[in-house]
Design a protein around this ligand. Sequence first.
Ligand SMILES: Cc1cc2nc3c(=O)[nH]c(=O)nc-3n(C[C@H](O)[C@H](O)[C@H](O)COP(=O)(O)OP(=O)(O)OC[C@H]3O[C@@H](n4cnc5c(N)ncnc54)[C@H](O)[C@@H]3O)c2cc1C
Length: 401
Amino acid sequence: MNLEYSEDVLAFRDELREFLEGWPLTGDEAKLALEEQRRLFRERGIERGYVYRDMPKKFGGSEQPSDAVRDRIVKEEYLAANAPGGLIGQGPGMLAPTLMEFGTPEQQERFIPPTLAGDMRWCQGYSEPGAGSDLASLQSRADLVGDEWVINGHKIWTTTAHEADYMFGLFRTEPDASKHAGISYLLLDMKAPGIEVRPLKEMTGAAMFNEVFFTDVRAPADHIVGKRGEGWQVSRATLKHERNLIGDPNAMHRAFRNLIDLARRTKRGGRPAIEDPSVRQRLAEIEGYLLCQEFTGSRMFTAGARGDHAGVVMPMMMMKLYGTDLQQLLTRAACDLVGDGFLLAPTVEEGSHGGPQGTDGAWVSSYMNAIAVSIAGGASNIQRNIIGERALGLPRDLRSA
Ligand SMILES: Cc1cc2nc3c(=O)[nH]c(=O)nc-3n(C[C@H](O)[C@H](O)[C@H](O)COP(=O)(O)OP(=O)(O)OC[C@H]3O[C@@H](n4cnc5c(N)ncnc54)[C@H](O)[C@@H]3O)c2cc1C
């Protein structure tokens, strides 16, 4: 592990920091709607080569040479400046890289540019009532009739389906093939006739999930990514990006700093909670885990910078499991500090993912969210199975046919 940056990398970081001083915008630009300001600053970041670094220019990226060190610096500095970089939804974060890997040139040209610009929003249609961890059991079906797919079935837990323009999803196209071999990866227009989206209310009070029902929905035959019956392989690429998005150590550092701040502000027996030995012990324990996560991240980073793929893959798998466990530990400690203040937490507004930011009540929804993300993108038990089988070489879990 090498934690020293070279001279040219330090110069790159200085230039980036100078650029990031331009956020928040000032003067007339500060009068624009916030969404417009974010878009403007993102476009500047693309021009400068900081945002969407691995995406071609013709698709709206900045097409920089592959460089794990600079990628990491960009991530860290944007986070520290709280500045708008690349969009991170399911479209830009998961579908766009999947299309780069498996899409046809036409699909890339049609779908990637509006997705990166935030003009085309996506949802992920994988899970079904009888197919979550055992995803390959999915039953929603697509039949090729003439030059169209005709789709019937039912998806569940579809995040943001109610506001998405398109869905990337898995459908059974070869009912006679074995369960993994009979699936294809399709792109569907969410405004197509026959699609019905029904919201699911979460315990946070928000409704970001949905059920999606398909009745004779039609999609053009060429809206398939990868080959017919090979959707399972395509979906593995998308999931890899989802797990990557979920276990971000930088975000955890910020949450830990907020936790320390909370412990300083909260009173225990008339004194700041941070002076209470039991609170200090708990904070030290969390910081220990956080450092382990950081060093694992540094191992991945050094391996990536050296082009050592194997050195990256296994720690990356651990990061999702470890990151979500740590997130629960951390937010749980915060909730205990907030104490009965919980009950005063303002109700979450419809359509938002968590409590209002900047209030102690926001920790409650962060805690609930921490439980949710340990399930999203593959539940923790499944991550343990994968690590056990593929990294530690333990015997395979029993699988249904
Ligand atoms: C925040 C969030 C966002 C989501 N967004 C989407 C989305 O946009 N699109 C989408 O398609 N899906 C989405 N999901 C669904 C998610 O992928 C599934 O919830 C997840 O795969 C688990 O499936 P399940 O809910 O059916 O649980 P189940 O598979 O029924 O699992 C129930 C429990 O059994 C355990 N279990 C199951 N099998 C095994 C095994 N072999 N070994 C050990 N333990 C096992 C699990 O770990 C879990 O604890 C989202 C979920 C969450 C929480």
